[in-house]
Write a protein that binds this ligand. Structure first.
Ligand SMILES: [Zn+2]
Length: 208
């Protein structure tokens, strides 16, 4: 199963509980024949042979109903949670369709949802690993771009005109630096744009 931490799947039966960071992968549901409506049972996670979480599920035509008890930390109160996760579909190249989860919070199409809090949401909503690593990389790239701009005698700001080639610098060097700056700044703005869309979706979702 992979996913967060240690998350192999086993089938045990007792009260369904989930603590943190358990992952459900759409591929697993498909392999287990759980994309068909009308199936119910329990999904459990184990870590080094020990049961680490479990949820009850009920499969529907357009999604999966998850029921479990959740508490934050080891001493919090248990709360009963019922979450319906909708599916989304995309067409495959060679016919048929591929099923995805639609994240309950941001409505992005994702192949895995994680329980890092009360609900099963996408990695981005929980700000888990990959995204924050990517963002710090992007920030670093932008910083590098600013350094290059200043080195060429211009302003650090990405909104100012790109500085002219300093006297004595080879065109080849200048072009390489310029290309590097453009690439970094574009990545930064793309990421910002994605974050903005993400935020706009959340605001839209809350109003409706
Ligand atoms: Zn999300």
């Amino acid at each position: 199963m992979g996913g967060m931490g240690c998350g192999s799947w086993t089938r045990l039966s007792s009260k369904a509980t989930v603590e943190s960071q358990n992952t459900i992968n759409i591929r697993y549901l498909k392999e287990q024949g759980l994309l068909t409506a009308g199936r119910s049972g329990e999904l459990t996670w184990s870590c080094r042979g020990e049961r680490s979480g479990a949820i009850d599920y009920l499969t529907k035509e357009n999604g999966i109903q998850l029921t479990y008890n959740y508490r934050s930390g080891n001493r919090g109160e248990w709360q009963a949670v019922k979450q319906f996760v909708h599916y989304e579909y995309t067409a495959c190249h060679y016919g048929g369709q591929r099923t995805w989860f639609s994240c309950s919070e941001c409505h992005r199409r994702v192949s895995a949802i994680h329980c890092a809090g009360k609900y099963f949401l996408c990695r981005k909503c929980y700000g888990l690993n990959y995204q924050s690593q990517y963002e710090s990389y992007i920030d670093h790239q932008l910083y590098k771009a600013q350094e290059i701009r200043v080195k060429l005698g211009g302003s650090a700001s990405s909104t100012s005109l790109f500085p002219f080639k300093p006297k004595g610098m080879h065109w080849k060097t200048y072009t390489r630096l310029r290309f590097k700056v453009i690439k970094s700044e574009m990545a930064f703005y793309n990421n910002l744009n994605n974050q903005f869309n993400h935020l706009a979706l959340r605001i839209k979702g809350k109003k409706g």
